[in-house]
Design a protein around this ligand. Structure first.
Ligand code: PA5
Length: 443
C-alpha cells in the first residue's frame, strides 16, 4: 500500500554515488519544509492536512454531498486551476473518464475557460434538469469562474427562486474575505473554507476537492486515509528510506543532465486529468526564476501512436515518469475467435491487463534504449486510498524539489502578467494607461 519507485530503468543514466551526493540537499530541503523556515512558509497547511483537517467541516461536506446527490440530476462545478483540476482528476481516476454516461448525478466542470461554445454546451446540460452548482474560488475574483457563476446564479435563481437557490448553491472560498464570501453570507449559501495556508494547487484534499469528489460518490475517508499513510511514509529525511525523496533526487539529477522535460505517463485513460493536475502542481511550483522541469504528460498506449516516435528517436530532452498499477479495478477477458481472421488468437485466453503489461514492459525497454530515462512509480491499484497516497506523495515531492532548486514552490507570480494585459484590453477600470500602451503594441 504505497507508491514504490522502481529505478531499474535508470541504469546507465544515473550512478549510485549521484544519489549520495544529492542526499544532503534533500535533507536540507526536508528540514526547511518541516521546520517552516523555507520560502513561502505561510502556505504549508497542506503538509499536515491529512491529520489536521477540520473534522466537523468534513462531516458537513458529506451531508451536503448526500443532499446534492438526492436532489440533483446534474451538478455544475465552477472553478479553474487549483480550484478545479484536483477534483476532476480524482473523480475520473476513480469513476472512469466516461462516468457521466451512467452517473446520477452527472457532474460537469465549467468556469475553467473563456470559451463561449463550452459555456453554451454546459448550459444546455441543465435545461429541464434538476441541478445544483458548486462554486470554488479562493479569491472570489477569478474572471473565468466569476463570469460563469454570474450566469449560473441567474439561471438557478430564475428556476428555483432566491430561497430554492440557497439550497442549491454551495460556495467554497476564503473563510472571511472576498466577493464570493460576502455574497455567500448575504444570500445564505452553504459555504466551505479554503484554508489561508493552503494554496490552490495544494488544495485538493480540502473542501475544494472533497465536496465534488463526495458528490460523485467516491469514498473521501479512504482518500484522506491514503494521504495520511503517505504523510507518515514520507516523513523520513533520508532518501534511502523515502521513495518520495528518491523520486525528487532522481528527477533533479536528470534535469541537471539536460533532460528538461518530465513526461508523466499512465496506461489508464481515466488518468488524463490526473496528468493535468500533476502538470499544474509541478509547472506552477517549479517553473520560475528561469528554472524547473517542464511537466508534460501522455496516456499510453494511445500516445505511443502520436508522441512515441519523438520519445524514441527525437531530441534527448525527455525523461518519463511512469505510473504503473499492479492491479486493475476491472479486467477484460479476451475470448478465442475460431475464425482468427484478424490473426489475434495469440492474445486469446488472457486478460487485457496482461496485454497492457507487455506493452508497458516493451515500451520501457524500447524507450530506455532510445536514451529516454524511465522512472517507474508502482502502485497497487487505482482506488481512493492509493490516489490519496499519490496526491500527497506528489505534493511533498514538489515542495521538496522546489526547495532544492532554490525557488518558492508556493507562489505563482508569473500568472499575473496575462491577467493584467487582458484586463487592460477589456477596459477594466484602473487599467487605462496600460490599455493604450498595449493597443499600440498590437498595431
Ligand atoms: O494554484 C493556484 O493558486 C491557481 O491555480 C488558482 O487555484 C486559480 O487561479 C484559481 O484561483 P481562485 O481559487 O482564487 O479562483
Amino acid at each position: 500500500m504505497a507508491v514504490k519507485i522502481n529505478s531499474a530503468f535508470l541504469k546507465g543514466f544515473i550512478q549510485e554515488n549521484e544519489l549520495s551526493l544529492i542526499a544532503p540537499a534533500c535533507e536540507l530541503a526536508h528540514n526547511a519544509l518541516h521546520s517552516g523556515n523555507g520560502a513561502g512558509n505561510d502556505f504549508l497547511g497542506w503538509l499536515n492536512l491529512p491529520q489536521n483537517y477540520d473534522k466537523s467541516e468534513f462531516a458537513r461536506i458529506k451531508e451536503s454531498a448526500a443532499k446534492i446527490r438526492a436532489n440533483s440530476e446534474v451538478v455544475i462545478v465552477l472553478g479553474i486551476g487549483g480550484s478545479y483540476l484536483g477534483a476532476r482528476a480524482v473523480i475520473e481516476a476513480i469513476k472512469g473518464s466516461l462516468y457521466n454516461s451512467t452517473a446520477t448525478p452527472q457532474l460537469y466542470f465549467a468556469g475553467n475557460s473563456l470559451s463561449p461554445a463550452y459555456m453554451n454546451e454546459v448550459l444546455s446540460l441543465v435545461k429541464d434538469k434538476e441541478f445544483s452548482v458548486i462554486v470554488v474560488s479562493k479569491s472570489g475574483t477569478t474572471t473565468e469562474t466569476a463570469l460563469a457563476f454570474r450566469v449560473f446564479k441567474q439561471i438557478i435563481e430564475k428556476r428555483y427562486g432566491e430561497a430554492g437557490a440557497k439550497e442549491r448553491i454551495f460556495a467554497i472560498t476564503d473563510k472571511s474575505r472576498g466577493t464570493l464570501k460576502t455574497l455567500a453570507d448575504e444570500k445564505g449559501y452553504e459555504t466551505f473554507v479554503i484554508p489561508d495556508d493552503v494554496g490552490g494547487r495544494y488544495s485538493v484534499l480540502t473542501a475544494v476537492g472533497l465536496l465534488p469528489i463526495a458528490v460523485a460518490g467516491c469514498d473521501i475517508d479512504a482518500l484522506m486515509a491514503g494521504a495520511g499513510a503517505a504523510m507518515a511514509d514520507t516523513a523520513n529525511p533520508d532518501l534511502n528510506c523515502n521513495d518520495c525523496y528518491k523520486y525528487v533526487a532522481v528527477r533533479n539529477i536528470l534535469l541537471r543532465k539536460g533532460f528538461a522535460i518530465e513526461m508523466l505517463v499512465s496506461y489508464e485513460n481515466s488518468f488524463m486529468m490526473m496528468n493535468e493536475w500533476f502538470k499544474q502542481l509541478f509547472g506552477e511550483s517549479e517553473g520560475k526564476d528561469g528554472k524547473g522541469l517542464f511537466p508534460a504528460s501522455a496516456i499510453f498506449s494511445t500516445d505511443l501512436h502520436s508522441l512515441g516516435q519523438y520519445i524514441q528517436d527525437g531530441s534527448n530532452i525527455i525523461f518519463e515518469t511512469v505510473l504503473w498499477f499492479k492491479e486493475t479495478e476491472s479486467d477484460f477477458f479476451l475470448e478465442n475467435d475460431p475464425g482468427n481472421s484478424d490473426g489475434l488468437n495469440f492474445l486469446s485466453g488472457q486478460n487485457m491487463s496482461n496485454v497492457s503489461e507487455k506493452a508497458f514492459q516493451g515500451t520501457l525497454l524500447a524507450h530506455t534504449e532510445g536514451n529516454t530515462p524511465n522512472i517507474v512509480l508502482e502502485l497497487p491499484k487505482p482506488d481512493e486510498f492509493e490516489l490519496g497516497y499519490l496526491i500527497y506523495f506528489f505534493e511533498k515531492a514538489c515542495a521538496v524539489s522546489g526547495y532544492i532548486l532554490g525557488v518558492n514552490p508556493f507562489d505563482q507570480p508569473g500568472v499575473e502578467s496575462y491577467k493584467k494585459n487582458m484586463f487592460a484590453l477589456l477596459g477594466k477600470p484602473g487599467f487605462e494607461e496600460e490599455k493604450a500602451a498595449l493597443l499600440a503594441k498590437l498595431q
